[in-house]
Design a protein around this ligand. Structure first.
Ligand SMILES: CC(C)(COP(=O)(O)OP(=O)(O)OC[C@H]1O[C@@H](n2cnc3c(N)ncnc32)[C@H](O)[C@@H]1OP(=O)(O)O)[C@@H](O)C(=O)NCCC(=O)NCCS
Length: 475
């Protein structure tokens, strides 16, 4: 009986994930599901797909290479390249109004179709890794196989911990994470193979090895940094059967099942946000010089550590706490408005609001809000975040220059972590960094598989622009 129930559950799961695969075929996912013995072998699946995708890119270049995609304006050159289409990024695509789609699937769709640790739970981030890499929704067995593979690859050299211990405790956790990744770079198989003269058609294979190793090893490094800084150095070893997100929460010291679910959701939604954001673009750029995934990802982390990008999650919680310090937990709407204006008038941004591309509330904010409504509706800081959602957008709109007055991903994450006991805001961007490895490394593998070239856009001087614009006005 139990056996038949298990069989029927398995077949429901399989058909659920197969229909999800089919539903996404019409968008960016164009591959067919294979039902062979290599089903659980992620590397094998990639190997089969790569020639087809190489052909696709070749055809695109040959048939449409000269099609114009838009016009550049001086504003774009001076304005941080907003709206300029300039790079290929296969794993996700961002719509200004609708938000991110991972291989064609929105966040709510991912929450529906990606396997979870328990029925109805949050998606497992290794399922998202599978999706980003292959464009296919994995079934639970595939995700379990990948979880086990990541655990097998997770061992870090003892010397890494000694290296981290050598860093000043006042060094920001992101500095320690980035330095730790650089320390691990000696393990790069890509670099070794390149120095031995590997053929370029094989670059992706060692990039794949480095990427999976790096993704697997980051939680141990990140957890070590946390326990060293905040828990008297009492390091917690990896659990031998937990999934990636659950294990990371466990190594940080959080075994509350709700916190583990939060970590799975967190690692899933922060992974990828198309290619132009600072961290993703940095990894893509550095990787285009054939720097290995460790070098490329460490560079990305240094970008993520900036307050306008990943560090905003730290800034949000610190800012919210400063509101409470000044006005108390039961802050009135009027007091809140005053505090926001005070922040703006002192030449600062309201952290967690605005975006370079999005023009609506970030769906990554929305799904965290739903998590909070389900698990911590009475948390006073969550209630303050909800109040800010009503008060901040009209004020930013009134400023007259902010293109997107709505909250982004960082406006919410801190209060959730804080609720479950991860209260050290300075550490928050490290969590973002661990998650970002999933998206960045997936794309790096495809960068090498597709043979994408060295990135080298053209720059100009102000004088060049003045002369060009003068000539354009008279012609
Ligand atoms: C994300 C961000 C960097 C996008 O920058 P952008 O694409 O240049 O945004 P805009 O085009 O809307 O910026 C236009 C102006 O509005 C300001 N602005 C944008 N968001 C703002 C905010 N949240 N608070 C105050 N001012 C803001 C900009 O600083 C800029 O001012 P300036 O012309 O005086 O330099 C910006 O919205 C920001 O600084 N947000 C706060 C930090 C944050 O949450 N970062 C995480 C992003 S996921």
């Amino acid at each position: 009986m139990v056996f038949f129930r298990a069989l029927s559950a398995l077949s429901t799961l399989r058909s659920r994930s197969r229909s999800a695969q089919q539903s996404s075929l019409g968008t960016s996912v164009r591959w067919l599901q294979m039902e062979t013995s290599s089903d659980l072998d992620l590397h094998g699946q990639l190997k089969e797909m790569i020639p087809e995708q190489q052909e696709r890119l070749k055809k695109l270049k040959a048939e449409h290479g000269k099609v114009q995609l838009g016009n550049f304006t001086t504003d774009m050159v001076l304005g941080g390249m907003r709206g300029m289409i300039g790079l290929l990024w296969e794993t996700s695509l961002l719509d200004p109004d609708e938000g991110i789609r991972f291989r064609g699937l929105s966040i709510p769709e991912c929450q529906k179709v990606l396997p979870a640790a328990k029925p109805g739970g949050e998606p497992l981030p290794e399922g998202l890794l599978w999706l980003l890499l292959t464009g296919k929704v994995p079934n639970k067995s595939q995700v379990d196989a990948l979880s086990a593979e990541l655990r097998d690859r997770a061992q870090v050299p003892e010397k890494l911990y000694k290296f981290i211990d050598g860093l000043d405790v006042t060094a920001h956790p992101m500095t320690q994470l980035s330095a730790g990744v650089m320390y691990l770079q000696v393990q790069s198989e890509f670099q070794k193979a390149y120095s031995e003269g590997i053929h370029k058609s094989k670059y992706w294979e060692t990039t794949y090895e480095d990427s999976l190793n790096l993704i697997a090893r980051l939680p141990a490094l990140a957890a070590y940094i946390y326990r060293r800084l905040y828990k008297e150095g009492q390091f917690i070893p990896m659990h031998d059967s937990l999934d990636y997100g659950g294990n990371f929460a466990h190594m940080l010291g959080f075994d509350n099942p709700k916190m583990q679910e939060l970590m799975r959701l967190y690692l899933t939604i922060h992974s990828d946000h198309e290619g132009g954001n600072v961290s993703a673009h940095t990894a893509h750029l550095v990787g285009s010089a054939l720097s290995d995934p460790y070098l490329s990802f460490a560079a990305a982390l240094n970008g993520l550590a900036g307050p306008l990008h990943g560090l905003a999650n730290q800034e949000v919680l610190l800012w919210i706490k400063s509101v409470v310090d000044e006005c108390g937990e039961n802050v009135s709407t009027e007091q809140l408005k005053e505090y926001i204006w005070k922040t703006l008038k002192s030449g600062k941004v309201v952290p967690g609001y605005g975006h370079g591309v999005l023009r609506q509330t970030d769906p990554r904010y929305t799904c965290q809000r739903e998590f909070a409504l389900k698990h911590l509706p009475d948390d006073p800081l969550f209630q303050l975040v909800s109040k800010l959602y009503e008060v901040v957008p009209p004020i930013l709109t009134e400023l007259g220059k902010v293109k997107n007055p709505w909250p982004n991903v960082d406006a919410h994450s801190g209060v959730l972590l804080n609720h479950f006991g991860l209260t050290e805001a300075r550490y928050y961007t490290v969590l973002f960094g661990v998650s970002r490895s999933i998206g960045i490394c997936s794309q790096l593998i495809w960068d090498r598989a597709l043979g994408l070239p060295l990135e080298r856009p053209k720059s100009v001087t102000m004088e060049w622009l003045e002369n060009y614009c003068r000539k354009a006005a008279t012609s």
